[in-house]
Design a protein around this ligand. Structure first.
Ligand code: F0G
Length: 458
């Protein structure tokens, strides 16, 4: 019998998790005003809220941390990370930040002004939030195939290049201080972007003199998909592919909490010494001195080691097949999932599971809450609650085209039997889908409302 995949590690330390009863969970969720972000992690059995910062570090990372240099200025650990970033991504300069959104906020604070427009295939919620706060306009130009949940295509995260060029011509390049591209495309079901598309995006931005920054959170998973799916890349190493990707861009924002397999950290990678100087000033004011940027020396060590582990081909093979396995068990349970499965997560088409709940009643949140009630499984909505917003330039209401529930998989944390358990719970939720009710917002902040919203059943 073929073995689909095997974890390329064994477990040296364990963390107990606790099962609660259905009755207990009903009370917990009600006290959390039906918002899973407000549930204590101790009351969760399997936590698939995010793959961000929830990773298990290796023995090599923990021992690297013991060698952290905690000097305020010029720490050895800073130089170790600098070398790793240059080796893997090819950026000669980098700015450490405490996580990805601080990298975005710092970069935008120097480059973006009110009324500006920043295109991407799809912005993540924090990128969008950072731009909206500056009264700038995030614009998503992903290929139309991204909205087709069942089309079997290799790179559904791609930028729509024709739309991008038309958009730049309409908007005027003088109003676009930078252009972005998210790899893999988290908001488009974790779908990868092809090298051809990254190159095409780079050519268009360059033609119009627009600096190009990649949101690189899951760059290693994206590189693996390129190796597996794009003609001409089967014989190239992950590292060669990564170097080729980053050679096409002016810089990147990175959340090390994803593809550097750590619990905290981020950075901006770049080449322009002038921009580096401007960013340094901002960093010192808000994050910390330029050689630690809101992190401890030991964190910088863990990121440096993690970047190497995340770009290991055997690890990536396990990672992607593990995610695919979750997709398979969910589908066997009856759930309509987004196909093909992405790198870090499986996305359920909540709109299709709950056709009786309109997007304005948040089918994604309702479905996510049912997973918690039935089995203590925490997931997250990627739909109208998280992404509906008012465009600050046109004043139009922007709504997402899909209502999804994301099951994100922390790196190296859960085994296949944990995923089987999630599949069983999915079966129970699916069987009761007709009884799931829509929700309304009782109270919420204007920006990034999903984190703190209080909800009630309609
Ligand atoms: N960009 C993308 C594509 C992301 O997925 C995230 C975070 C960020 C930027 C921000 O990074 O969290 O380190 O500040 N995504 C997490 C998620 C939170 O659950 O998908 P951060």
């Amino acid at each position: 019998m073929p073995i689909p995949f095997v974890e390329p590690f064994r477990i040296k330390m364990v963390e107990p998790i606790r099962m609660t009863t259905r009755e207990e969970r009903l009370g917990i969720l009600s006290r959390a005003t039906l918002n899973l972000f407000k549930v204590k992690a101790d009351d969760i059995f399997i936590d698939l809220l995010t793959d961000s910062g929830t990773n298990a570090m290796s023995d090599q990372q923990w021992s690297a941390m013991m060698q952290g240099d905690e000097s305020y200025a010029g720490a050895r650990s800073y130089y170790r990370l600098k070398d790793a970033i240059e080796d893997i991504m090819g950026f000669p300069l980098f700015i450490p930040t405490h996580q990805g959104r601080a990298a975005e906020g710092t970069l935008f604070s120097v480059m973006v002004k009110p009324g500006d427009v920043v295109p991407s295939n799809r912005h993540f919620d924090t990128t969008m939030g950072n731009l909206l706060e500056l009264k700038a306009r995030p614009v998503d130009l992903v290929v139309p195939e991204a909205a087709d949940t069942s089309l079997d295509a290799p790179f559904k995260g791609n930028m729509d290049l024709k739309k991008l060029e038309e958009f730049i011509q309409q908007t005027g390049q003088e109003n676009i201080p930078l252009g972005m591209l998210t790899i893999t495309n988290n908001t488009a079901a974790g779908q990868p972007v092809s090298m051809e598309n990254i190159r095409g995006t780079a050519e268009i931005y360059r033609k119009y003199g627009i600096p190009f920054f990649i949101d690189a959170c899951r760059f290693a998973e994206n590189a693996f998909f390129i190796q597996q799916r794009e003609p001409g890349y089967a014989g190239k190493s992950i590292k060669e592919i990564c170097r080729e990707i980053f050679a096409l861009v002016d810089g990147c924002t990175m959340s090390a909490k994803k593809d550097a397999i750590v619990n905290i950290g981020g950075f901006i990678g770049l080449r322009d010494p002038g921009l580096f100087e401007q960013l340094s000033g901002k960093l010192i004011l808000h994050e910390g001195f330029i050689t630690y940027g809101g992190l401890a020396g030991r964190d910088l060590e863990a990121i440096a080691q993690g970047l190497y582990e995340a770009t290991d081909a055997e690890y990536l093979k396990y990672r992607i097949l593990h995610t695919q396995y979750l997709g398979d068990v969910l589908e066997q349970a009856g759930m309509p999932i987004y196909r093909p499965t992405g790198g870090h997560a499986v996305y359920i088409n909540a709109g299709a599971v709950l056709p009786h709940i309109s997007p304005s009643r948040f089918p994604g949140v309702a479905l996510a809450n049912s997973f918690y009630i039935e089995g203590g499984v925490r997931t997250v909505e990627i739909g109208s609650l998280s992404f509906e917003h008012v465009d600050p330039v046109t004043n139009e209401n922007v709504v997402p085209d899909l209502e999804l529930v994301r099951l994100a998989i922390p790196r190296r944390v859960y085994t296949r039997s944990h995923l089987d358990y999630v599949g069983e719970i999915a079966g129970e939720v699916f069987a009761q889908r007709d009884r799931i009710r829509g929700l309304q917002v009782v109270e919420a902040p204007a920006l990034l409302r999903h984190f703190l919203a209080k909800l009630a059943e309609v």
